[in-house]
Design a protein around this ligand. Structure first.
Ligand code: ATP
Ligand code: MG
Length: 449
């Protein structure tokens, strides 16, 4: 008889993370906070597909960008030959959708999105192949006011999340003709210093010389620092726009530094560019990047429509929240319901539904099919659940039409057990839980900061 081979374990894709239940509360805290901030500025959510025609990115991002050159998950749909790509970012898709549905027909729109993005990068801390972004796109606005508003929105989010060590870097990369003049001088300058260019820079010298400016190679820093600065090439309009952004930021007490070497990775940017940077995350220190991308709608075949936006990296921000001591302690439930005996189990189902009607989160103990669990083992599960209260229904309780309620956490009640009339349990618990909490009712369930 041949031996049956145990199947090998299947593991997930490298660089693509599972977000486990123990981490989910922190994600929820982040997501709830960011949603409420975006809402407080009048942004509306848009959800576009994760897969787009490859042309959306090739055309939208520019073919000589890092993303399009080497980071995209592109494939041919074997069913119909379509060229498709898992989205590496969302601006291009959102603009594609806005144009396709003529979203700006009745005026500019403030949009936001959240979700997974895919880039074939070398996985490391803060850099994954599937990662998450939250972003905002303000489409149809041409003034510096919206640029400043987007930045202020970010600042409010950092404040609400309790993040202190994120600083703002700002630059203007001007308009296309200004960049063209700068580019000629930049290439000439780099040609003069060809010996100090690394392989990457050599490769980009004529295709995307601007990107050489944000090289991370330490041996090139001094040379790059002396290169012609785009800021010196801005015309009157670009300059006025940039000054407009700075004026609002200063007046609103948003600190920033101007970084003349900040250029951003995508071709579609013009004028204002910005990054939020921290020193707390090693070399993956950029948590959010954004700027103006006035040319993009036209690149997609629409009529000229100015726009500005940002995208933030959720994984990196969660790292920062953890570093700041944020602990969203997971509470699986408010109440864990323990029961002993057949009659008690039936009553437990009734009680659990009543508690849920009252707005409480309830975990009803479920046993294995052929063995009832002992009181001791159920109490262990109740403790591990993080529930504020355990309810015990045994034969005695059922006979007396009561439930035993045991407070598990609150200092005053810990260990205490009281008998409550079956019909009054829901009211009693709502009083205890909401009353004992400084926080509003919606808050008590998942977080006890
Ligand atoms: P980097 O220079 O770190 O590669 P980027 O310029 O490619 O960043 P953007 O395209 O501007 O990044 O994306 C916005 C944000 O998304 C980044 O600031 C970062 O926080 C996050 N991000 C980008 N790529 C990844 C990734 N592979 N894994 C995790 N987060 C990422
Ligand atoms: Mg990148």
């Amino acid at each position: 008889m041949s031996e049956i081979k145990k199947p090998e374990k299947i593991v997930g894709v490298k660089g693509m993370n599972d977000i486990l239940p123990s981490e989910a509360p922190l994600w929820e805290l982040f997501e709830n906070t960011v949603q409420s901030v975006l809402k407080s500025y009048g942004f509306q959510q848009i959800r576009t597909p994760i897969v787009e025609p490859t042309a959306v990115f090739a055309r939208g991002l520019g073919t000589v960008t890092d993303i399009v050159e080497k980071e995209m998950y592109s494939f041919v749909d074997s069913m119909n030959g379509d060229h498709l790509t898992l989205r590496p970012e969302s601006t291009a898709g959102v603009v594609r959708a806005a144009l396709e549905h003529n979203l700006t027909y009745d005026g500019p729109k403030r949009l936001w999105y959240a979700g997974p993005m895919f880039r074939h990068e070398r996985p490391q801390r803060g850099r994954y192949r599937q990662f998450h972004q939250v972003g905002a796109e303000a489409i149809g606005f041409n003034g510096p006011d919206i640029d400043a508003e987007l930045i202020m929105l970010c600042q409010r989010l950092w404040d609400d999340l309790g993040l202190e060590n994120i600083r703002l870097e700002l630059n203007s990369i001007g308009d296309a003709d200004e960049r063209l003049r700068h580019r000629a001088d930049l290439i000439a300058y780099f040609e003069k210093h060809k010996d100090s260019l690394d392989a990457d820079a050599q490769r980009r010298l004529y295709s995307n010389p601007l990107r050489i400016l944000d090289t991370k190679n330490p041996t090139m820093q001094a040379m790059v620092n002396e290169a012609p600065k785009l800021l010196d090439y801005l015309g009157d309009e670009s300059r006025a726009h940039f000054e407009g952004v700075q004026k609002i930021l200063r007046h609103s007490n948003i600190p920033f530094t101007i970084n003349p070497r900040l250029v951003r990775g995508m071709d579609y940017y013009n004028r204002t560019v910005f990054e939020w940077v921290t020193d707390q995350l090693g070399s993956q220190g950029t948590v959010c990047g954004g700027g103006r991308y006035d040319p993009l709608v036209e690149i997609f075949g629409g009529k000229p429509t100015p726009a500005c936006g940002f995208a933030m990296g959720v994984e990196r921000l969660l790292e920062l929240m953890k570093a700041a001591g944020e602990q969203a302690r997971p509470n699986q439930c408010d109440v864990y319901l323990v029961h002993l005996g057949e009659q008690a189990q039936l009553q437990a189902f009734v009680l659990a539904e009543r508690l849920r009607d009252a707005g409480l989160d309830v975990v009803l103990h479920c046993a294995s099919a052929n063995a009832a669990s002992s009181l001791k083992s159920q109490m262990k599960k109740a403790d591990a659940s993080g529930a504020a209260f355990t309810i015990i229904l045994g034969e005695d309780e059922v006979a007396r039409n009561v439930a035993s309620v045991k407070a598990m956490r609150s200092a005053q009640h810990e260990g205490g057990q009281v008998s409550i009339e079956f019909d009054n349990v829901a009211e009693y618990l709502v009083d205890q839980i909401v009353g004992a909490d400084d926080h509003d009712h919606s808050d008590h369930i998942h977080y006890h900061p």
